[in-house]
Design a protein around this ligand. Structure first.
Ligand SMILES: Nc1ncnc2c1ncn2[C@@H]1O[C@H](COP(=O)(O)OP(=O)(O)OP(=O)(O)O)[C@@H](O)[C@H]1O
Length: 364
């Protein structure tokens, strides 16, 4: 706690405030705020207390709960008239990633994968990335779906990445950016109207360059839009990427299929933690009546999740604005149209960030 600074008044001491904050638990990770070394700064002046609490992610879903419990605990200290809680965040790299394969300056690499094409993997990856950035995280998005790069269109990013040299004179590409995130896609380098014939080793080589020769740093989260399925390219990527974890996107029709199970098994085999399942196109809400229709059935993702011991981190409805946003380069999460479901995408981002924080602490 050496960094604490303390302008003490006669009546309230820093020790009293720390004792109060020891009563407040970190709801997700367990342990109290002081033992978890989350209290970074305390200032006390004339009964007014200012505290800075460092979270494990700016997208912490329980920030409001922590704030109100910390406020109540500090206000209960005799002599405290007012309390102001501020938050900072320090997103850390999981302990399990070997130093040599880590991407310098990138804390977490998250794979967004699917058993099959067309389930909305890129839509989820793009909205997740933008939602995390909206919450204050530094985010990059790598389109590794080399056979059907859709992110340039979905994010409205065009142009050629500039080549620069890093501090050691090594060539680096500057990622393009839009909606607050850095983006890299094979779509920036090829003529999208021409079919691309990629062979496995070429793809691996290209993706290595996209990981290690792109000026990503500093990033809290690098989201990878994986190629669909469990083919060679997906497997090589799952094996060689310094992944914090993987998200599996599915739809209710696909949920119990062998493709989804295979995609999950692929990550399990190469020891990449499964963060959870995202069920996309989970239901439809009629815009005129507000009635919910489970067009493709319901409960499948939950059953699969229980069977495999991973959580469902989000259920995204079918929404016209989700599709339109994807076609117009305006991801749904920046829209306020009711059927863009921005809140649902943001909640997904909070859940993903929380799972990563929990994983990090489980590994330490
Ligand atoms: N929740 C949703 N509501 C409405 N449309 C959606 C939703 N999710 C995805 N879509 C639309 O479905 C189509 C396929 O989505 P997307 O490209 O994200 O799938 P994908 O799994 O990445 O496909 P591929 O593997 O071919 O890249 C797109 O037109 C997208 O806008």
């Amino acid at each position: 706690m050496g960094r604490l600074t303390n302008h003490q008044s006669a009546t309230v001491s820093e020790d009293q405030i720390l004792a109060a904050l020891r009563q407040v638990q970190e709801p997700e990770l367990g342990g109290d705020l002081v033992s978890r070394q989350m209290v970074k700064h305390i200032a006390i002046c004339d009964g007014i207390v200012r505290c800075t609490i460092e979270l494990t992610t700016p997208a912490c879903p329980l920030k409001d709960q922590i704030r109100s419990e910390a406020e109540a605990a500090v206000l209960a200290v005799p002599g405290v008239r007012e309390v102001h809680i501020e938050f900072t965040a320090n997103v850390r790299r999981p302990a399990g990633i070997p130093e040599q394969s880590a991407i310098p300056g990138v804390a977490n690499v998250i794979a967004v994968a699917a058993g099959k094409g067309g389930v909305g993997k890129s839509t989820v990856a793009a909205n997740l990335a933008v939602a995390l950035a909206q919450m204050g995280a530094q985010v990059g998005l790598l389109d590794a779906d080399v056979f059907g790069p859709s992110l340039p269109l979905m994010l409205g990013v065009r142009g050629q990445p500039m080549a620069v040299s890093d501090a050691n004179g090594q060539p680096m590409m500057l990622p393009l950016s839009n909606h607050g995130i850095k983006v890299m896609s094979v779509g920036f380098l090829i003529d999208e109207s021409q079919p691309v014939i990629w062979r496995g080793p070429m793809v691996s080589q290209l993706l290595r360059q996209f990981l290690y020769q792109v000026a990503w740093a500093p990033l809290d989260y690098l989201i990878i839009d994986m190629p669909p399925g469990t083919g060679d390219v997906a497997l090589t990527l799952a094996q060689s990427l310094p992944l914090t974890g993987a998200l599996i996107v599915t739809t209710p029709q696909q949920v119990a299929t062998i493709d989804v199970i295979k995609a999950m098994e692929m990550f399990r085999k190469v020891n990449v933690p499964l963060l959870g399942i995202v069920e996309n196109m989970a239901y439809f809400i009629a815009p005129d009546t507000g009635k919910r229709y489970d067009i493709f059935g319901s409960g499948g993702a939950e059953r699969l999740a229980q069977q495999l011991g991973v959580p469902v981190l989000g259920q995204i409805p079918l929404g016209m604005s989700v599709r339109e946003g994807g076609d117009n380069g305006q991801p749904a999460v920046i829209s306020d149209a009711p059927d863009a479901y921005a809140d649902i995408f943001r909640e997904l981002a909070r859940q993903v960030a929380a799972r990563i924080s929990v994983l990090q602490y489980a590994m330490v």
